[in-house]
Design a protein around this ligand. Structure first.
Ligand SMILES: [Zn+2]
Length: 256
């Protein structure tokens, strides 16, 4: 089994198949010239994941294990994974107006204060973390998503959403068969970031609009994100959506 053949590819293929079917279906009617039904098209497009065009040039991915030569084997797997998945994640987000980096560097350090971090077209990885979590290659997908995001500096970039999108790509596009995150409705919030926010985004994608994550990503890229975007896409505000996603259990009746 190759990592490349997992769910995200099938999501891509499904979306392409849907577009393809639409094309075959509309082609014969070109002769009859029916009136354009843009309302119907707008209503249907929420069921199609909007893929950005492929990258013009795939970046080179290099590995630096100078500080941590023991990481060599893991680093080579990570290098393959990033080379294959960077162009996939590129298509899953709103990258139409974005220029891809020419090169991506993976730097393996003996130890750093986090499992890994992404900045300046590089992903720096903690050697201690991968020794104790050798199966955590999926974290590279979270980190490379940050390189695809590469939002410009400025306000209107809530951390919970930036991390939520990176975990949505990792857990719902790269390894969707992984056990789902349990949400505690009494404690959790969409602002919890990482997997909690990712689970909420995945639910919104399935329940309301497959375009929502790329739309949020686009707003973040343009420095125009506001919570009202959730309302624009779904006709419901964030708090209402969250309470639909994670309803609080009804309070138990008080016994007199
Ligand atoms: Zn992150």
């Amino acid at each position: 089994m190759t990592i490349f053949a997992r769910r995200p590819r099938s999501a891509v293929m499904t979306a392409l198949a849907f577009v393809g079917a639409g094309f075959l279906w509309t082609a014969p009617s070109a002769h009859a010239a029916p009136p354009q039904n843009t309302v119907r098209d707008a209503a249907l497009s929420k069921y199609v994941y909007p893929l950005a065009p492929p990258m013009a040039r795939v970046p080179d991915v290099s590995v630096d294990v100078t500080d941590n030569p023991d990481a060599e084997a893991w680093a080579r797997e990570a290098q393959k994974l990033v080379a294959e998945w960077f162009p996939q994640v590129w298509r899953l987000l709103a990258t139409e107006q974005t220029t891809p980096p020419r090169a991506i560097k993976l730097i393996f350090r003996k130890t750093i204060s986090a499992p890994a971090y992404a900045a300046n077209n590089a992903i720096t990885v903690n050697g201690e973390w991968i020794r104790s979590h050798p199966d955590d290659l999926g974290m590279m997908v979270h980190e490379l998503t940050h390189l695809v995001q590469a939002y410009p500096p400025g306000p209107n970039k809530p951390g919970w959403l930036v991390e939520g999108i990176a975990d949505y790509i990792r857990w719902w596009r790269y390894e969707p068969e992984a056990p789902r995150t349990r949400i505690d409705p009494l404690k959790a919030s969409y602002r919890d970031s990482y997997r909690i926010t990712a689970a909420f985004l995945a639910w919104l994608t399935a329940r309301y609009d497959k375009r929502i994550v790329p739309k949020l990503d686009k707003a973040l890229r343009d420095g125009k994100y506001a919570d009202g975007l959730f309302q624009e896409v779904t006709d419901k505000n964030l708090d209402t959506l969250w309470s639909e996603f994670a309803p609080k259990p009804a309070a138990t009746e008080k016994k007199e």
